[in-house]
Design a protein around this ligand. Sequence first.
Ligand code: NAD
Ligand code: DAU
Length: 355
Amino acid sequence: MTILVSGGAGFIGGNFVLDWIELQEETVINLDRLTYAGNLDTLKGLKGNNRHIFAHGDIGDREFVRELLAMHRPRAVINFAAESHVDRSIHGPGDFIQTNVVGTFNLLEAVRGYWDGLPDDEKQAFRFLHVSTDEVYGTLSKDDAPFNELNRYEPNSPYSASKAASDHLVRAWHHTYGLPVLTTNCSNNYGPYHFPEKLIPLVILNALSGKTLPIYGDGQQIRDWLYVRDHCSAIRRVLEAGTLGETYNVGGWNEKPNLDVVHAICAILDELRPKTGGGKYSDQITFVKDRPGHDRRYAIDAGKIERELGWKPQETFETGIRKTVEWYLANQDWVGNVTSGAYREWVGKQYEVQS
Ligand code: NAD
Ligand code: DAU
């Protein structure tokens, strides 16, 4: 048996592929365009493993995806591929519309054609799992109840609007064509192989290299944090037992203001890698201009996936963040490879104008 994963050279997709190969017996076809966020270094431990087949291509290239499906005949497609960084979507929304909306549409069409042609038993068993975000629900005030699956979609950034559009397409392909879909909406992931443009890896790397730790606005925006391997186990569970056409919110029950997250990282670094010459890493914290349209609070009610599928996260924020800092300290070669010219260009564009 075979599954096809799109975006499997990115942060979550990469962790998912590594876990899958370790825990399951099936082959993974990994379709990835290798944008700036895609990194084959994450998968280098799979070199020579014939259960991992990498296919360099775009989810929007319908003909390429059709051929891939016809050749490998997967029993499931799991769609991680997306433009995923909110700040980049503010600088340039076009790529987000292209990949997240038009790309998902083309992927759905290629998958529908393949699925239509399957024999009845394979057709019944087939699944298309779409990985999405809690950002589609918009923002919460401090006292609002966490997002559940019935919350209205109120996306506020070009990124979240493009993900919301993709969720609607997936839903419509189920209702109109009967495509057997599942959707997951997850909170902020963190953990190994996280590209250092996002808050947690950026803060770890900036702290270690003596740079400022940029906090947008007052740093009191709240996110729910989920260790990436917990997200991967949730996706495996939904794929295995989720009800067709349903959506499942996935979260860590770990709401934290950004400033607390940054202080937690600094405290672990103070302990594991004290600053040469004295002082504390938190001395590097700098408040910078806020993100335009910055959502104030995200929080996930992950009760449905627990009640219906028996899934809950294994890591607390305290255990997960320690593992993450330790991973970055032990994997400076991976970091060195991803912080190339293109990465430095982005950091220059985003922060030089801000601080
Ligand atoms: P990422 O940016 O780290 O990785 C995205 C991957 O998709 C990269 O490998 C990239 O090369 C690939 N890709 C981009 N465009 C493509 C295209 N047109 N065709 C094929 N491949 C393409 O993203 P991530 O953080 O791993 O997120 C994965 C998915 O999970 C996304 O759909 C994202 O919206 C969703 N999500 C992310 C988080 C999070 O905290 N990171 C939380 C909830 C949901
Ligand atoms: O909620 C799920 C979403 O989480 C995913 O859908 C996105 O793909 C993922 O990127 C993430 O979005 P965020 O915008 O929440 O993540 P980011 O790491 O960019 O920012 C986290 C918080 O930290 C946010 O409130 C902005 C703030 N921030 C971020 C950066 C990069 C800072 O204060 N300073 C920074 O330099």
